[in-house]
Design a protein around this ligand. Sequence first.
Ligand SMILES: [Mg+2]
Length: 350
Amino acid sequence: MQIEAEIFTVTKRFPLTISRGTVAQTANVWVRIYHDGIEGWGEASPFHVGDRPQSTETIKDTLQQITPFLQALSPLQRQKVEEIFTKAQIPSAVRASVDIAMHDWLGKRAGLPLWQMWGLDKNAIVPTSVTVGINSPEGAKTRTQDWLKFMDVRVLKVKLGSPNGIDADRKMLMAVREEAPRQDLYVDANGGWGLEEAIEMCSWLAKQGVKYVEQPLARGMEKSLAALKARSPLPIFVDESCLTSSDIPQLANVVDGINIKLMKAGGLTEAMRMIHTARACGLQVMLGCYSDSTLLNTAAAQLAPLADYLDLDSHLNLINDPFTGAWVQEGKILPNDLPGLGVQRSASAT
Ligand SMILES: [Mg+2]
């Protein structure tokens, strides 16, 4: 297969602040493979979890390095491609972009959307949460109002773990609850709490009707998760603590679920493997995103019928998304019936 990569910039309507910092804009990479007259599309978005950052430059340079190897292979050889990538320790964002493009190619070749190739039931898709980043109580209210005007919001994910401490977290959560009395609330602390703070906050958040807490403790503090779980009335999910399927078995008894993202996992192949590993370990499954455009969230939406929770909202906060694909109905992100991912260039991008 031939492969081409093109950098594009996506800008957020509302910059997003989490416990580790603020993001307003990212440079993502659009990957296209060509084989037998069919194109397959993928995307890599930069992110930083674990030992080394996966920057746009790293992604682009690595894609250049692997081009000669991929030229000798077809998109039907995913096992072979994965073997080469594993041996060469290719960063997961790059693996993901190529794996997704190979899946898109396969669906187009078969003339079927991926969710249908996998025999999945679109009626099993639950509403996605939309994110309110760390803000002042007034700022959080404005952001919540904007989401409610923008779409039929069923669930809000509130980012806590504020550098200003858990009192600021409490005030912000109350502000969101005031604006959205009927919506479900989830909380993601992005590792911003210590163990004692997390125990205190989980009890308090349960009283506020919050459904679960994601990544209360920082990556590297997994040994403290058992102590937290023993005292938390709320289900605990991990995101930064769980990158691929090999991280899951040791988390089985200390958390309730995992957040799977295509960029961390390395694509749809590994995301599917993570779903099955999590189920075998008795864990719940959430699908999430980074600064992903419609292309990546549509790819994730293909797997959405298999998830208990969905957090696929990054593209809904972009002012210059170059793609169209999954659509929003009753708070859900639904894949369409086009073959492969079902992603096209948006009218303004072509
Ligand atoms: Mg998260």
